[in-house]
Ligand binder design. Sequence first.
Ligand code: SF4
Length: 352
Amino acid sequence: MDQHLKDIASKVNNGTRITRSEAAWLFKEAPDQALAELATKAKRRFHADDTATYLIMAIVNYTNVCVAKCDYCSFYRLPHQAGTYLLNFDQVCERIDALRTFGGTLVAFNGGFHPKLQLTDYAELFSRVRSRYGADLEFFEMTVAEFMFSCKLSKLSYDEGASILKAAGTRWVTGGGAEILDDAFRMRHSPGKFKVADYFKAQNAILAAGLGSTATQVIGFDESLDERLNHLEALRTFQDSAPRKLPSFLCWTYKPWNNELGGHEISSHEYLRWLAICRIFLDNIEHIRTSVLTQNEAALEGLKFGANDFDLPTEDEVTQKAGSTISHDFERILSAARGAGFTVRYRKPFPL
Ligand code: SF4
């Protein structure tokens, strides 16, 4: 074995943190098999090698109105454009009822930066939804990005905003809207969205208020390896001293259709190799999740590259508009996981 690989493997075996230059070397140079084995070793800190968990969920896109104008987005419409929508309470409930017919148990709300929705509007909607569905479902009620915009619009600090959500009964937001957490990347593609330091300030306020949140990354735009690693490093550093831990990290891939940026889709092979780097580098995040939403059955190979968990999504307009296809043949998808040698178990939402 290459001496450099041996040295990194020895760090992973001892539970020693790897550096970003080691992560870069692994991504560029390590053979697939060695990378998968290292990621499996890193996964062993938290999980058995051959088991995986999943749940059925829907991403309910309650509005496509957005003023952020990210060039990689295929979903949004500006307020004055044709084809805008804002779902009312009954329409939201119809989407949730559709999820229940699939036996799903998690609803993630995701919309745009709507210039007329105050944070209290979100809090009221989510509170009504929870009253209707009681303890049957879990809800991810905003992404951090939407939370940030709404706080600014409502002239609230992040601490005040998080307290309002907490008081209204919100349990979870997600770390969605993060894409690549690197300011140069953000200036190129989404200058109207947020700066990285501000994102972590909002995450901190959310966690400090006693809400749960998650970590995410999207790859395959035109980001450099350095920019990808900046994202992972910022996340790992944040997690070291976060007021409560982010339980999970989900990486998915950019789809290049129907948007201003365009480009090419990265291969599943590249995705799997990057997933392994995420598992090895993010040594302080328990659950590394692979994306059926953007990789379909190929995502299940990710269980061999360090992932331990996945969603079976029933709908998500954001990625479907960009070119994703969602299959409701869950048995076929699960067989891909079983065929790869994994015992799969339906899980409860992660504990707060
Ligand atoms: S990615 Fe999100 S914030 Fe950016 S334009 Fe699309 S909906 Fe708006």
